[in-house]
Ligand binder design. Structure first.
Ligand SMILES: *[C@@H]1O[C@H](CO)[C@@H](O)[C@H](O)[C@H]1NC(C)=O
Ligand SMILES: *[C@@H]1O[C@H](CO)[C@@H](O)[C@H](O)[C@H]1NC(C)=O
Ligand SMILES: *[C@@H]1O[C@H](CO)[C@@H](O)[C@H](O)[C@H]1NC(C)=O
Ligand SMILES: *[C@@H]1O[C@H](CO)[C@@H](O)[C@H](O)[C@H]1NC(C)=O
Ligand SMILES: *[C@@H]1O[C@H](CO)[C@@H](O)[C@H](O)[C@H]1NC(C)=O
Ligand SMILES: *[C@@H]1O[C@H](CO)[C@@H](O)[C@H](O)[C@H]1NC(C)=O
Ligand SMILES: *[C@@H]1O[C@H](CO)[C@@H](O)[C@H](O)[C@H]1NC(C)=O
Ligand SMILES: *[C@@H]1O[C@H](CO)[C@@H](O)[C@H](O)[C@H]1NC(C)=O
Ligand SMILES: *[C@@H]1O[C@H](CO)[C@@H](O)[C@H](O)[C@H]1NC(C)=O
Length: 798
């Protein structure tokens, strides 16, 4: 059967000027590829200032590829902004393609792109020789058109119903023309023949190539039929081409049918598309159907498809294709619509090969774009704060690859990224292999931006940080905000308390540091505890990041004494904890320890002298301390044993003498021993003078509020006590030594009297300490301050 097919287009063959496009295209900006069933040009969108456009070129002219023209003439342009690409697909049977024997196809296009405000035309040409042989029937369901081509030597199709056939034949005779006519069928509708140019005007294209008859139509033509097959929407167009030559009517049935199923998404994460196995009666009688699936216009091998998770199933006569939403080859996009969402797009490519009774196969190719609905794509933030680090650590995770952190608001203060070196806050980006990334934000508790709240009543310290992350969706820079609020709570925020333990020689205080202890100061009396203060008073301070250790040796500044007996006494030391800001005392640690001392003199602030004197040093052997007395012989010891006597008396009592100096007042008394007794017991020593031990308390006048007036003595410091033995008795005991008068001094109020530590010679009986009288007095003079004499009401002697 021979066809003499002549075609002419509705579009007038304007011989428009060949635009002399000679510009050279940058490498990589444009790629051209010959595929099995179409030719494609991909243009990098960054190549031009705005979306480029194409023109089809042949020897008859230049034809802008508009939307309508593309659908009629076998072109489809697809903008893929997510991939930054624009694609043109051209059918091998497209209008302006040079076709040699259905084997060699030459394409010529102009690409018009804007550069620097100027439209520049690039000429593109490519010759393709598809290797896949043409099947007897080929159907392409493009995104914008259906195209069917059949081998022109095929026997007349057998599917037309007898009535229709008769009607067509009749029509062919009536029209009495040798030109080709087209009859478009819609089931049960009156057929109206038209010539090819009329058909082209209506958007239908017919072509006769060397060996094939081609028919193409946009979707949704008035003469096409939208129906459903097994519940799947299908669009069918059925054209009969006929020509009467003499008494022979030539007629070809051309049917194109495509599944118009839009795709669906199921909760299990698959995008699903379906097509009936048999799209139309005229394409029926098919035995076997084989399905190949691919993406972006390329079919993949079966094992690859399986590996990518593509699923092809037949349910009754419907073919169902399921693609995992995030399958390779698809692309995703983040989107803000209140919350953060994403969607996936998959350019599905399906081939359906069928074999009919005569073993003639039909090859259907579908280009279909599947998209998921908007899927929530939450980012998350995680509180990774470790209280001990005193730093907020917040992790922002699952940030999609097309989303970037641009800024953070920390408690309302805006910080753009990247952070500069000067800030104590840091932010670091973490990239994960699953195409997400995260950010770790660190802000120290002490950073001024952190809100700090302290409730004294509830003993709770709270740090708070509100983070408002500003992310931007690329490339359109749409902002998205994510909020996180973190706090660090320190409960039981009470002032620090020390552990205190007694030792033989003093008291040891220990404090384990807590992270919030900086809110308090530690002081001894009114003085802030510093290493300087410790050195000045002879405390031993050691402090590291873990704990603070303070050793307070007995008789150093700050001790208070009580319950003095011959057996021992109690010493008390107090450490105060003050509010760092107000200096108010918040708590204190008081420790009282028992101590023993062979000798001791205490000069209390309320005017009492307490003396434990070791008289064995003073009394020649056999003396009885119990029989000693003060200047007032009725003032005997409160307590005595074989060697020691304890006296405790008012400073101005018991015959004390008072020496008022310029800056100091000294109360002095003496401990006498009965000579008689000594003589009796020790007649050999009867020649000795009465031995005596002088005891003194010296107070700086400046620190005195009252001398003994009527009732009361009052000093703000303890006095300096001294026990001074007469040289003779000392000689009697320690004849081999030539010592200056021995002086025992205790309870030195060093802050008042000695700005520097006094030079203390080690005592021969700890803890009694001997100092030189002269140097001691020197210290007095140096350390004295202006004395408020007016306050003093001296009352000397009783
Ligand atoms: C096709 O393009 C190449 C360069 O891309 C050029 O050398 C050649 O002349 C072009 N052919 C036609 C027929 O325009
Ligand atoms: C095709 O048909 C239309 C209207 O039916 C007519 O105007 C036109 O001249 C015809 N064209 C040709 C080439 O016969
Ligand atoms: C297959 O078709 C039969 C009859 O049309 C119907 O009853 C059955 O539900 C269908 N099965 C599926 C899985 O669609
Ligand atoms: C550095 O950062 C701090 C706080 O983030 C900001 O106050 C300051 O202006 C920044 N300096 C520069 C030079 O960006
Ligand atoms: C910021 O810090 C980096 C590394 O810590 C250093 O290389 C860079 O010089 C610093 N920049 C400034 C302005 O201090
Ligand atoms: C991506 O990987 C990171 C690190 O392994 C993980 O924390 C995160 O949950 C993953 N996100 C998704 C969406 O799988
Ligand atoms: C987060 O920051 C953005 C940008 O400044 C602002 O519009 C938004 O209201 C903030 N969100 C909250 C809860 O503060
Ligand atoms: C964050 O972490 C810190 C430290 O583990 C914890 O005290 C706090 O309760 C956490 N939660 C919030 C909301 O800050
Ligand atoms: C002891 O050390 C801690 C931490 O090292 C410090 O905060 C504190 O001020 C120090 N205290 C004294 C009294 O030196």
């Amino acid at each position: 059967m021979a066809f003499s097919f002549c075609f002419c287009f509705g579009v007038t063959l304007l011989l428009s000027m060949w635009s002399m496009a000679t510009c050279h295209i940058p490498d990589g900006a444009v790629t051209m590829e010959c595929r099995d069933r179409y030719f494609t040009i991909a243009v990098d969108l960054s190549f031009a200032e705005k979306e480029p456009n194409f023109e089809a070129v042949d020897e008859t002219g230049v034809y802008p590829i508009t939307v309508k023209y593309a659908a009629t003439c076998g072109y489809s342009t697809n903008l893929l902004p997510l991939l930054g690409r624009m694609e043109l697909r051209a059918s091998y049977f497209s209008c302006h393609t040079d076709n040699t024997d259905d084997e060699v196809f030459t394409f010529n296009f102009n690409l018009n792109a804007m550069h620097g405000g100027e439209d520049i035309t690039y000429a593109l040409n490519k010759t393709c020789s598809p290797t896949l042989p043409w099947s007897p029937r080929e159907v392409t369901c493009e995104v914008n058109y259906m195209e069917v081509s059949v081998r022109s030597d095929m026997a007349c199709p057998t599917g037309t119903k007898q009535d229709d056939w008769d009607a067509v034949v009749q029509m062919a005779y009536i029209s009495a023309t040798s030109d080709w006519q087209v009859l478009l069928h819609r089931d049960g509708e009156q057929l109206m023949p038209m010539n090819l140019s009329e058909a082209h005007k209506q958007g239908y294209a017919f072509d006769l190539t060397d060996g094939r008859l081609v028919f193409r139509t946009p979707y949704g033509q008035p003469d096409s039929l939208s129906t459903t097959v097994n519940g799947v929407p299908v669009e069918v167009i059925h054209a009969a081409l006929f020509s009467r030559q003499n008494w022979v009517v030539l007629m070809v049935d051309l049917v194109a049918a495509c599944s118009m199923y839009e795709g669906s998404y199921d909760e299990s994460g698959y995008m699903m598309w379906e097509t009936p196995e048999e799209l139309h009666l005229l394409m029926s009688g098919l035995h076997e159907t084989q399905i190949n699936v691919g993406v972006n216009g390329e079919l993949v091998e079966q094992p690859v498809a399986e590996e990518r998770g593509y699923i092809v199933e037949k349910h009754n006569t419907t073919v169902q294709i399921s693609i995992p939403y995030n399958a390779e080859g698809g692309y995703r996009k983040s989107l803000v619509s209140g919350d953060l969402y994403e969607f996936y797009v998959f350019d599905l490519y399906v081939e359906q090969i069928s074999v009919d009774e005569d073993h003639v196969d039909t090859r259907l190719r579908f280009h279909r774009t599947l998209a998921t609905p908007l899927l929530p794509r939450p980012v998350f933030s995680l509180n990774r704060t470790v209280l001990e680090d005193r730093t907020f650590t917040v992790y922002l995770g699952d940030v999609p690859e097309d989303v970037e952190l641009a800024a953070v608001h920390l408690n309302g203060h805006k910080y753009m990224l990247p952070f500069n070196n000067t800030s104590s806050q840091t932010i670091t980006k973490v990239v994960h292999p699953n195409n997400t990334h995260g950010y770790t934000l660190k802000v120290p508790f002490d950073d001024p931006v952190v809100v700090q709240k302290f409730s004294k009543e509830q003993a709770v310290l709270q740090y708070k940080l509100d983070v408002n992350y500003t992310m931007t969706i690329l490339p359109e820079n749409e902002p998205y905000y994510h909020l996180e609020s973190v706090e660090a709570l320190f409960t039981d925020v009470s002032p620090p308390t020390f552990q205190a333990v007694c030792s033989e020689s003093g008291i040891r205080f220990k404090l384990d540091h807590r992270s919030f202890d900086y809110m308090w100061d530690i002081s001894v009396g009114s003085d802030l505890l510093t290493s300087e203060l410790a050195a000045q008073h002879g405390y031993i301070l050691s402090n590291n990041s873990q704990s603070l250790l303070l050793d307070v040796p007995l008789f150093t500044h700050g001790y208070k004494y009580k319950d003095v007996t011959l057996k021992g006494f109690f010493g008390t030391f107090e450490i105060l904890v003050r509010d760092h800001d107000t200096s108010e005392v918040q708590s204190s640690t008081v420790k009282t320890c028992p101590f023993t001392a062979t000798e001791l003199i205490l000069c209390s602030t309320d005017g009492r002298m307490t003396v434990v004197a070791d008289l064995s040093l003073a009394i020649p052997s056999g003396g009885v301390p119990a029989r000693t007395n003060l200047v007032d012989k009725y003032c005997g010891p409160k307590e005595a044993d074989d060697t020691k006597a304890l006296f405790s008396f008012p400073l101005n009592g018991c015959g004390s003498t008072v020496k008022l100096g310029k800056e100091y007042v000294t109360y002095e008394n003496e401990i006498f021993f009965s000579r008689k007794l000594n003589a009796l017991k020790n007649p050999a020593d009867s020649s000795n003078d009465i031995d005596k031990v002088m005891v003194q308390c010296t107070y700086p006048l400046a620190g005195l509020y009252r001398l003994f007036s009527v009732y009361k003595f009052e000093s703000d410091t303890a006095g300096i006590g001294r026990i001074v033995r007469s040289a003779r008795s000392a000689e009697g005991l320690q004849s081999s030594t030539t010592k200056p008068p021995a002086v025992l001094q205790t309870a030195v109020p060093a802050t008042r009297l000695t700005p520097r530590p006094v030079s203390i010679k080690p005592g021969y009986r700890p803890p009694a300490q001997y100092i030189r009288v002269s140097s001691f007095l020197n210290q007095f003079n140096k350390g004295a301050r202006g004395s408020p004499q007016a306050k003093v009401t001296p009352y000397i002697g009783l």
